[in-house]
Design a protein around this ligand. Sequence first.
Ligand code: FMN
Length: 206
Amino acid sequence: MTAVQTRPLTVTEAIESRRSIRRFQPEPMNQDDLREILRLASLAPTANNVQPTRFAVVQNPELQAKLQEAAYGQSQVTSAPAVIVVYSDMEDVLQTAEETVHPGMGEEQIKTRAERLRQSFAGQDVAQRGQWGLTQANIAFGFLMLAARGLGYDTVPMLGFDPQKVRELLGLPDHVQFAGMLPIGKRAEEGFPHHRHSVERVTTFY
Ligand SMILES: Cc1cc2nc3c(=O)[nH]c(=O)nc-3n(C[C@H](O)[C@H](O)[C@H](O)COP(=O)(O)O)c2cc1C
């Protein structure tokens, strides 16, 4: 078992020690740590700061059992003390566009900029802007994994689930797009060593 962690990991340490963990210790999540991990993930950047990312936090064994079913039986969904579902909701962004403008801008600017934001997406249909929002939520999904690892937690990113079933279970509208599902807790296994292409294999320097 890993030693007790007494300080947040550096970014480098978090990246190097993160690996997919599918078996977790049974203790519940520390709720302060959970909040802090979500706060850190919320600091992920988004284009024009539109902030379409939303988090659904499930710490309920019955609901987790249903999510596991929607995830084709993958056992990590019930092994973890919590599951964070990360999704983007661009329709909510457009309905509440004023909230994305910095409050320091003043009332007039907030109105103008919110309207401009709505206009900029008016030419796209719900699916197109859903796709756009998803590219933003994916960044937060990455931040979330590393924030968790930095505070001594482990995760496994998951896309192996039926999105429509998960929408139904969480009471989410049809237009939301999932970055993924993230079981989170303390590891009860070590996971696999990283196997990755070399930098040379995946990089072209110009
Ligand atoms: C977007 C995404 C979706 C994934 N979906 C699943 C999944 O449904 N089930 C699972 O067991 N692992 C899933 N994985 C985990 C990958 O298999 C794992 O990240 C990869 O093999 C590299 O291993 P590592 O995370 O330990 O470095 C997913 C990973 C990503 C990034």
